[in-house]
Design a protein around this ligand. Structure first.
Ligand SMILES: C[S@@+](CC[C@H](N)C(=O)[O-])C[C@H]1O[C@@H](n2cnc3c(N)ncnc32)[C@H](O)[C@@H]1O
Length: 225
């Protein structure tokens, strides 16, 4: 990021008037798991559409997301929407010594937290919509795997489509795409629209079991391009 204001970095929809009360920039960066959950909740209350969840993913959902990904064998891996890093830590533990790993996060408060939590990791403060240019800047042609924590079901069509297009254009044929969806929201029109996009564009789309040990319960889309 070069500090220039960019329309793609604005929150989805209007900022709520109560935002100042829950402004994550005004509260200290979390030091432990409990503070991290409070931080996440505050971010959600101030920017519900963009954050899309009341809390970070559980260990059970994280394990389901990465199940069978074989990250240790991959050259280029990207995480979209790492939030407070629930999946990031597990990804870092599984990648190989030669894997190049990049995390792209839109929320400034989360980026500050991630930079402190993972000081050696390259966190990009930008929108997933700009994935192709972010890869180009770094001389990366194609990705082997994209792990997404993006709130697809709360994205307006004008953001969901170009972001999905950036994912498809960045992933190599045969590449892996993982993302989770909340059970209660899977009948929302935006969630249905997203499922149709997956089924239309990926060579295969699998669905995991429901992970009940997550708030709220969720399942994982396991897609291969
Ligand atoms: C549902 S949270 C998931 C956080 C984390 N991956 C987890 O599982 O706990 C969604 C995250 O995506 C980020 N996000 C939303 N839209 C984004 C975009 N267009 N580009 C990058 N990150 C985005 C939000 O700021 C938030 O951190």
């Amino acid at each position: 990021m070069n500090g220039t204001p960019d329309a793609s970095l604005k929150p989805y929809g209007k900022r709520r008037p109560a935002a100042a009360r829950f402004n994550t920039e005004a509260i200290p960066l979390p030091q432990n798991g409990f503070q991290e959950r409070l931080f996440f909740l505050a971010a959600f209350l101030s920017r519900p559409g963009r954050i899309g969840a009341i809390g970070p993913s559980s260990q059970a959902l994280t394990a389901e997301m990465l199940q069978g990904c074989h990250l240790d064998k991959m050259e280029n891996v990207v995480e979209l929407g790492p939030g407070t890093g629930a999946l990031t830590g597990a990804i870092l533990a599984q990648i190989g010594p030669r894997t190049r790993f990049l995390a792209v996060e839109l929320d400034e408060g989360c980026v500050s937290h991630l930079n402190r939590k993972f000081p050696r990791l390259s966190i990009v403060h930008d929108s997933a919509e700009n994935l192709q240019s972010l890869l180009k800047q770094r001389g990366i042609q194609h990705l082997d795997c994209i792990i997404s924590g993006l709130p697809w079901a709360s994205m307006p069509d004008s953001i969901q489509r170009p972001t999905f297009e950036a994912v498809m254009k960045s992933l190599r044929p045969g590449g892996t795409f993982r993302t989770f969806a909340y059970v209660h929201a899977s009948w929302f029109p935006t969630a249905n629209r997203f499922r149709r996009l997956l089924e239309k564009h990926f060579a295969s789309v699998g669905k995991s079991r429901v992970v009940w040990k997550n708030l709220p319960p969720a399942f994982v889309y396991q897609c291969v391009r």
